[in-house]
Design a protein around this ligand. Sequence first.
Ligand code: SF4
Length: 303
Amino acid sequence: MNNSREKIAKYKKQQDAEVLAHYYQPEEIQDIADFVGYSEELNQRALKSRAQILLLCGVNFMAQNAKIVAPDKRIIIPEIMADCPMVKKANLQCLNEMREKHPQAAVVSFINSSAEVKAESDICCTANNALKIINSLSQSEIILVPNKNLGEYISQKTKKKIYSCAHPCPTHNEVTIDDLKRIKKQYADAPILVNLDCRAEVREKADFVGDPDQIIKYANSSKAKKMIIGAERGLLFRLKRQNPRKRFYLLSPHLICQSMKINNLYKTSQALENLEIEVKIDEYIRLKAEHALKKMKYYEKLH
Ligand code: SF4
């Protein structure tokens, strides 16, 4: 393992490369990364980074996002198989079927979607700004892709008619009320913080619901010394690092995303050495996807 760490440091310097990692990556990768964040933060970093080569450790749509916003940079990934199963199912075909059923609806895609789906969207959104974006659109009907549970959560907060995709995040969807009751028996006084991608019945019983960034902010400012986390296990690494005196417990043993854990230090060092697995997007699709992302930024400032 030390060998891989040394090689990563050497190749980063040699190649003028930066390693960007998502919060759900294995701890060893978060540990060597130059930057760790959630999807939108990774986009911002890709845009601002001075490095010419970015190694993106996450799942494929995140690397596509980096290529969309920073087309002049080489975006490298450690493993081609790191595909999000939800994004794979909530694909262009799925979107087209929804559009056929609801032709009058605007299409809003979360940034956790493929480049192809973004390219066919009227606008993108994040979990943070989804409500603002949706409410500011002129259409009263919205197709919201790809996260089913997140879509349903947003639909409860707007008067507009939301048509959500049928595909939840399989990792967060595994968390059940029984998991919650079981862990609450062990740590009765610990508040429960859950990811927006969890099922409605789990969200309703939680003390706090948010995206990874909001969970981190809540945990950092909370006076509680113990907290139960209903988000992918990788988030615990960041929470523990930022709060060494607090204790964090994973709500369910199922909160491990296999697609995120497919990367490791060896693959990371190989990717930096060989620069073989490079993300490419058809320029027509990239431009359309970039337009949907830029429109999100414009609406965010406007409203
Ligand atoms: Fe996809 Fe869920 Fe894994 Fe994120 S945690 S990559 S949404 S399966």
